[in-house]
Design a protein around this ligand. Structure first.
Ligand code: FES
Length: 251
C-alpha cells in the first residue's frame, strides 16, 4: 500500500513547526499507526535525516502515552481506539494521512508529535491521595462494597490518562478525565476520607489549566477507555457536594 504522510515537525517548544511530506510505499493493511511511524523513521534514518519523535510504551492500549492526532481526530479514525490500536487498513491506497500532535493550549509541543501532558498529572497531584494516616490496609474482603459499585468504579478507573478528551474538546476541557477520577474514587470505601477536599482541589486545579465544558461530547467519542459522558456529571455532583460539606465543615 502507498500512503502519503504529512507529519508535524517541530524542533522544540519555542521552534516554528511545519508539516513535512513523506511517502511510504510498502505499508500493509495490518500495520498499526505506530508501526507506520516506525517504518517512516527507518526510512528517515536510512536517508540520514532525524527520525520523527513520538511517544509509545505498551502498544496495547494500557499506558496512554501514544496520543497523536490523525487527520484532525485524536488517536485516529476508529472511535474509542488508541493510536497504537489503529490500523493502516482504515485508509485507502494512495491516501494522504496528516499526523499531528494532540492540539490543546494546555498540551504544549515538546518536539514533533510529543506534547507535555503534565497538566493532567497536576490534577491527580491536587487530590489523588489521602493525606491522613489511615493505618494499615484491612483485608479486602472485610470492606463491604456492592457488585454494582465495584463494577462502576472499575469502569471509571479504566481511564488511561492519554489526554484525547482534552484534544477532542473545542474548549480544551479536562472534565471527562477529572470526572473519571472523581467518579472512580467516590465509590471506593477506603477513599471516602477527604472526598470533599479531593473534589475541591482537583476541580480547582482543572479549572486553572484547562478550559470549561460546554457538553459537546466529542471527548467521549475519542476516549479509548470508553469513559461515558456521565463522568462530567460526576465533576459537578462532587463539586456541589463538596460545597455543602465545606459549609458544614465536614470532609
Ligand atoms: S502505547 Fe500504550 S496506550 Fe498506546
Amino acid at each position: 500500500m502507498r500512503l502519503i504522510l504529512e507529519v508535524w515537525r517541530q524542533d522544540g517548544p519555542q521552534a516554528q513547526g511545519r508539516f513535512e511530506t513523506h511517502e511510504i510505499t510498502d505499508a500493509t493493511p495490518e500495520m498499526s499507526l505506530l508501526e507506520l511511524l516506525d517504518r517512516l523513521n527507518h526510512q528517515l534514518v536510512e536517508q540520514d535525516q532525524d527520525p520523527v519523535a513520538f511517544e509509545s510504551d505498551c502498544r496495547e492500549g494500557i499506558c496512554g502515552t501514544c496520543g497523536i492526532d490523525i487527520n484532525g481526530v485524536p488517536h485516529g479514525p476508529e472511535d474509542n481506539v488508541p493510536a497504537c490500536g489503529q490500523h493502516v487498513r482504515s485508509f485507502h491506497d494512495g491516501q494522504t494521512v496528516r499526523i499531528a500532535p494532540f492540539r490543546a493550549k494546555s498540551f504544549p509541543v515538546i518536539r514533533d508529535l510529543i506534547v507535555d501532558r503534565t497538566g493532567l498529572d497536576r490534577i491527580i497531584q491536587a487530590g489523588g491521595t489521602v493525606a491522613v494516616d489511615a493505618g494499615t490496609a484491612p483485608d479486602a474482603d472485610t470492606i463491604r462494597i456492592t457488585h454494582h459499585d465495584a463494577e462502576e468504579a472499575l469502569d471509571f478507573a479504566a481511564c488511561i490518562g492519554c489526554g484525547a478528551c482534552v484534544s477532542a474538546c473545542p474548549n480544551g476541557a479536562a472534565y471527562l478525565f477529572t470526572g473519571a477520577k472523581l467518579a472512580h474514587l467516590r465509590l471506593i470505601p477506603a477513599a471516602q476520607q477527604e472526598r470533599s477536599k479531593r473534589a475541591r482541589s482537583m476541580v480547582a486545579q482543572m479549572e486553572q489549566e484547562f478550559g470549561p465544558c460546554s457538553q459537546i461530547g466529542e471527548c467521549a467519542l475519542a476516549c479509548p477507555a470508553k469513559i461515558p459522558l456521565r463522568a462530567i456529571a460526576a465533576v459537578n455532583r462532587e463539586r456541589i457536594r463538596a460545597g455543602f460539606r465545606s459549609r458544614s465543615k465536614e470532609n
